[in-house]
Design a binder for this molecule. Sequence first.
Ligand SMILES: O=P(O)(O)O[C@H]1O[C@H](CO)[C@@H](O)[C@H]1O
Ligand SMILES: O=c1cc[nH]c(=O)[nH]1
Length: 288
Amino acid sequence: MQKLSEADLIINPDGSIYHLNLLPEDIADTVITVGDLDRVPEISKHFDSIELKKGKREFVTHTGYLGKKRITVISTGIGTDNIDIVFNELDALVNIDFVTRTVKEELKSLDIIRIGTSGAIQPDIPMGTILASSYGLGFDALMNYYIHQASGEEHSLLESIKTHFSHIRSIHPYLTAANDTLLNTIGKDIVQGITITAPGFYAPQGRQVRAKNAVPDFISQLNSFAQGKHRITNLEMETAGIYALAKTLGHKALSVNAILASRVKFEFSSQPEKIVEKAIKTVLERLA
Ligand SMILES: O=P(O)(O)O[C@H]1O[C@H](CO)[C@@H](O)[C@H]1O
Ligand SMILES: O=c1cc[nH]c(=O)[nH]1
């Protein structure tokens, strides 16, 4: 079994993984990820007990129990560059032996649920909606650096998407489905759709403030895509990286979005914390 070098897998002097500052025993088999580190206590306040609070940089972790279920909640910060760090380090914590620096013979598959915020791009999806991402569609570059394979259904949907956006030179999309079991339990009976993960918040999500956008009418180009029952419903900055890396590493993932904005009605919520709380309660009730 190949030994991972000290430069590839960085373990701190106390035995914790480099950025997350966590020991293998610190994380549960069910992990909730959020972008905003202030959302971590908003989730763990619902736990019956909290056994661990740790943090480093933007990566704050609480582990505790909701009834009999042990859950870890961790903040990722913004963007898929951070997802690269969090997902590789979560996987290392469960699937690499830190003493021998080798991959364990028996691999663990974590259940990973993102509770994030997002903007809707379809007129029938209002602010306040809780939406489960059926697919993560990446417009960022993260997965150009990993070998990953699309399944049959992902492949045909991705080909239609590529054709739809072929006139926009900056877009080289990748697409990964949500884990079926999580989508049909935690995502059951809530609005579902394809979530775009953008490499930014402003022009990469079609917003125009002062710098001029290179792609005109971006939102109409996104919301006009359709293939059978599939349509693009919302924009944020992590889901596609989460779905693709989770699948590559053998973990199950679902992203649940608190819709704070309607990009077609030019609205942004004045009470985002209420919508986020609704998303948190929806996920925790279904997990428990
Ligand atoms: O609220 P979080 O989970 O951070 O998610 C969304 O909010 C951030 C942008 O404001 C991006 O991270 C986007 O994905
Ligand atoms: O419009 C939005 C709202 C939240 N987060 C995003 O990335 N975009």
